[in-house]
Design a protein around this ligand. Structure first.
Ligand SMILES: O=C(CO)[C@H](O)[C@H](O)COP(=O)(O)O
Length: 219
C-alpha cells in the first residue's frame, strides 16, 4: 500500500468544543478519524459510550476507525456497524474466539482489526493474519493518551510486516500511542501504514498544520 494514513485520535480532542475539533479534522489533510472506546474493565479508563459516539459519527465525514478497548466486544459489533464505523478493531487479549469475532465484524460490512498490547507477540496472529484487515500495534499500554512511545515497537512492526509478506496477506499496520513528528518517518520505514496521533495533534497550537506536517513526513 502506497498511501499512508494519518488518523487523529479524538480521545485527545477538546470535548467542550468537540464539534469544532471534528470540523477541523474534516477540513484537514487527515485520512481517518480514530475513536477509542474504553470500558474501565479491559483498560483502567472509561472514554465515551454510544450517545457520544452517535454525536461524533453524525459530524465526522471521513473513514471511521473504532478501537474497542473493552471486554467481550462481540456484544457490540452490530451497534458499531449501525453507528457507521468503517473499521472495527478488537483486542487480541479480549477475544476468546478471535476468528469468530473477525467473521462477525465483516458480516456487518466493516473491515476487521486486531490490536496487540505491548506484551503480546505478533506471532500469535500466524493463523489469523489472512483474515485480518488491520493490526493495531499498541506503542503504549492502552488506556490513556499522552504516554511515551515504547521503542520496541519498531522491531515489532518489522516482524509483523515480515509475517504479512510471508503469508501474502493484505493487512494494514496501524500504530497507536505516542506518535509524533520525531518517530513518524521511522515507523513508516519499519512498515507502518496508519499512524494514530492524539496528543501530538490536539495539544499543538495549530492542529490543522500539525496534521499537514505529519502527512508531509510520511509521504
Ligand atoms: O488508544 C489510545 C490509548 O489507549 C489512543 O489512541 C492514544 O491515546 C493515542 O493518543 P496519544 O497520541 O496521545 O498517545
Amino acid at each position: 500500500m502506497d498511501k499512508k494514513i494519518i488518523a487523529p485520535s479524538l480521545l485527545a480532542a477538546d470535548f467542550a468544543n468537540l464539534q469544532r475539533d471534528i470540523e477541523m479534522v474534516n477540513k484537514s489533510e487527515a485520512d481517518w478519524f480514530h475513536i477509542d472506546v474504553m470500558d474501565g474493565v479491559f483498560v483502567p479508563n472509561i472514554s465515551f459510550g454510544m450517545p457520544v459516539l452517535k454525536a461524533i459519527t453524525k459530524h465526522a465525514d471521513k473513514t471511521i476507525d473504532v478501537h474497542l478497548m473493552i471486554v467481550d466486544p462481540d456484544r457490540y459489533i452490530k451497534d458499531f456497524a449501525e453507528l457507521g464505523a468503517n473499521n472495527l478493531t478488537v483486542h487480541y487479549e479480549a477475544c476468546t474466539h478471535l476468528h469468530r469475532t473477525l467473521q462477525a465484524i465483516k458480516a456487518e460490512g466493516m473491515t476487521a482489526g486486531v490490536a496487540l498490547n505491548p506484551h503480546t507477540n505478533i506471532h500469535l496472529l500466524e493463523d489469523t493474519i489472512n483474515d485480518i484487515d488491520l493490526v493495531c500495534v499498541m506503542s503504549v499500554n492502552p488506556g490513556y493518551g499522552g504516554q511515551s512511545f515504547i521503542e520496541n515497537t519498531y522491531d515489532k512492526v518489522k516482524a509483523l510486516k515480515e509475517l504479512i509478506n510471508r503469508k501474502k496477506a493484505h493487512t494494514l499496520i496501524e500504530i497507536d500511542g505516542g506518535v509524533n513528528a520525531e518517530n513518524a518517518k521511522d515507523l513508516i520505514d519499519a512498515g507502518a501504514d496508519v499512524l494514530v496521533a492524539g496528543s501530538f495533534v490536539f495539544n499543538s497550537s495549530n492542529p490543522t498544520q500539525t496534521i499537514k506536517e505529519l502527512k508531509e513526513i510520511v509521504g
